[in-house]
Design a binder for this molecule. Structure first.
Ligand code: PEP
Length: 249
């Protein structure tokens, strides 16, 4: 049975004090049984937050990692470094990385390899731009992102991956994909996984929806059979909203 997951992507937000308050509030809340709750703060807060979450079931993820293992890469953070401080997940291929930092699929594939090599669980993001959907190219775009960034993995390694479908036009815009649009793409992704790997692997693969998912629309989105949870940006910065989303299954 695949995991139900709610992951918060804090992006480049919160002061350290605010980060601690947010974590304390999330920790105090009742987390529904069987839901994997993940917070992805900025790098610099990872280690102190890992400590704060030691006695909790909440998991910690990073928002990125280097495509390199180690060495002269000023400013970069290696997957192995994250793993060594207790980080368990890492977001890879977020659309903001793809567009603002010019990360092509090849770089994303290397980051996936680093994450797997360091025993981090990658949250692989894919999704089309508005113009690509308008041109009816959205399935082809997502297929290419998966083929180039993820499908080189062996069956054993692919089983460690979570996929997040995030239509770029829905991220931070307040325009959420309809639950039917999300379901249609999630089903398409699961079918691709099934073709590249096995039916069983596809059935066990968690596919999250991301893009203006909030406490008001999560229930409708999560009611769809192939939507296994959400990758949440803005709404993950308020503990009450984030927890309400976790209660939306
Ligand atoms: C995201 O950045 O991954 C995201 C889904 O953002 P938002 O929820 O704010 O649209």
């Amino acid at each position: 049975m695949r995991k139900k997951i709610v992951a918060g992507n804090w992006k480049m937000n919160t002061s350290f004090k605010e980060a601690i308050t947010l974590i304390e509030e999330i920790k105090k809340s009742t987390i529904p049984n069987g839901i994997e709750l993940i917070v992805n703060p900025p790098f610099v807060y990872c280690q102190p937050l890992v400590q704060l979450l030691k006695s909790s079931t909440i998991k910690l993820g990073a928002q990125n990692c280097s495509e390199h293992q180690s060495g002269a890469f000023t400013g970069e953070v290696a997957a192995a470094m994250l793993q060594s401080i207790g980080v368990t997940y890492v977001i890879i291929g977020h659309s903001e990385r793809r567009s603002f930092f010019n990360e092509p699929d090849e770089t994303i594939a290397k980051k996936i390899n680093q994450a797997i090599h360091s025993e981090l669980c990658p949250i692989f993001c894919c999704g089309e731009q508005l113009s690509e959907r308008e041109a009816n190219n959205h399935f082809e775009i997502v297929k290419t992102q998966l083929e180039n960034g993820l499908f080189h993995l062996s069956e054993t390694d692919f089983k460690k991956v979570i996929i997040a479908y995030e239509p770029v036009w829905a991220i931070g815009t307040g325009i959420t994909a309809t639950s039917d649009q999300a379901q249609e793409m999630h089903q398409f992704i699961r079918t691709l996984v099934s073709k590249h790997y096995t039916h069983e692997i596809a059935d066990n693969c968690s596919i999250l929806y991301g893009g203006s998912c909030n406490a008001s629309n999560a229930k409708e989105l999560f009611s769809k059979p192939d939507v296994d949870g959400g990758l949440i940006g803005g709404a993950s910065l308020k503990a009450a909203d984030f927890i309400a989303i976790a209660h939306s299954f």
